[in-house]
Design a protein around this ligand. Structure first.
Ligand code: SF4
Length: 332
């Protein structure tokens, strides 16, 4: 056997690599609107996403998960840190490079209605991206492509002449998905894509996203505030609290054996379909503190049921508790 044959297989290069990403928004005040402080919405976030993988990013409203997603696409400019997509430095991109990135990375929004121009037909909404990126050589090809995209997401060819207000919430999200996949992206940022939908429709949209991943090998960064939504679709999940990742693990590890007290509390609120399985409900004290003036040390110490003195003084590093399972807690 040759040396090459026994060498371990190289780990696949990540599609997206996020390193120590930070985003601070200025706070302005006074008559002159001078900067009087800043909010660190994203505070040193690290993760990788592999090709065709779904990575879930979960946390309560205001934890920085959507800001992280928007920084990846440069819809919001990061304050510092590193973003690499297929090895390219995303922060250094401009002009044509940035346009190419926005073909490779697409986004689906929480409110599909707000993100669809009410004055444009569905055909024009989906076709816009084909035109911008020069993906249809003729009118005939353009229309055939739109019909194919509509059918791929479970809509019909004759929907292309209608307007967004003629569709239900679930159908509008399908239109948003058709628009996103029109340019054959490698990664889609799904920013709370099912939060505004009824539970039965949520499952249909998630199934559609899974089918599209199987067919086209698309990776997803799936942002959600609800752990139950990301459980089935994600291979790995990160939990965020006040701008920081507090736990990352495979979906199976996180749901069967959460380590961080915040993850435990979030999971304890997720209903279990089997009534014979009991889960102890962990009720957190108070509300999420203001990100303008977050608690010192571990941001979670003001609500943590097991906090000790050290927690308000020292930031717990994100360290391995098992293979592929990272947790930021002094006591776990
Ligand atoms: Fe709770 Fe302290 Fe762990 Fe933070 S570091 S999660 S406050 S025990």
């Amino acid at each position: 056997m040759t040396e090459a044959a026994i060498a371990p297989a190289a780990a696949p290069a990540p599609l997206l690599s996020v390193g120590n990403l930070t985003k601070a928004f200025p706070i302005r005040g006074g008559l002159m609107k001078r900067q009087i402080g800043s909010v660190r919405a994203v505070d040193g976030v690290n993760f990788d996403i592999e090709p065709s993988e779904t990575f879930g990013l979960v946390g309560e409203s205001g934890c920085g998960k959507s800001t992280t997603g928007r920084c990846v696409l440069r819809l919001i400019e990061p304050s510092s840190g590193e973003l690499r997509f297929e090895g390219k430095d995303v922060i250094a991109l401009s002009g044509e490079g940035l346009r190419a990135l926005r073909r490779d990375i697409q986004i689906i929004f929480q409110d599909p209605y707000a993100s669809l121009n009410p004055r444009m037909t569905i055909g024009a909404i989906i076709g816009e991206a084909l035109t911008i990126h020069g993906l249809a050589a003729s009118r005939q090809q353009y229309e055939a492509r739109i019909v194919h995209l509509l059918e791929t997401v479970g809509l019909q060819a004759d929907h292309m002449t209608r307007y967004p207000h003629e569709f239900s919430g679930g159908q509008r999200q399908r239109i948003g998905i058709a628009r996103a996949i029109a340019v054959e992206p490698k990664l889609i940022i799904c920013d709370e894509p099912v939060s505004a939908l009824d539970v039965s429709i949520q499952a249909q949209v998630i199934n559609l996203l899974e089918d599209l991943q199987q067919k086209f090998g698309i990776a997803y960064l799936f942002v959600a505030h609800d752990l139950s939504v990301v459980e089935h679709i994600s291979r790995r999940v990160a939990v965020m609290y006040l701008g920081r990742i507090v736990e990352t693990a495979s979906s199976r590890q996180l749901y069967s054996s959460p380590k961080h007290p915040y993850t435990e509390a979030l999971l304890s609120a997720v209903p279990i379909p089997d009534p014979s399985v009991k889960r102890k409900r962990v009720r957190l004290k108070g509300e999420v503190p203001s990100p303008i003036n977050p608690p010192t040390g571990c941001h979670f110490h003001t609500r943590c049921p097991i906090a000790k003195d050290v927690c308000s003084k020292e930031v717990p590093p994100l360290k391995a508790s098992a293979e592929g399972h990272l947790v930021a807690c002094h006591f776990r």
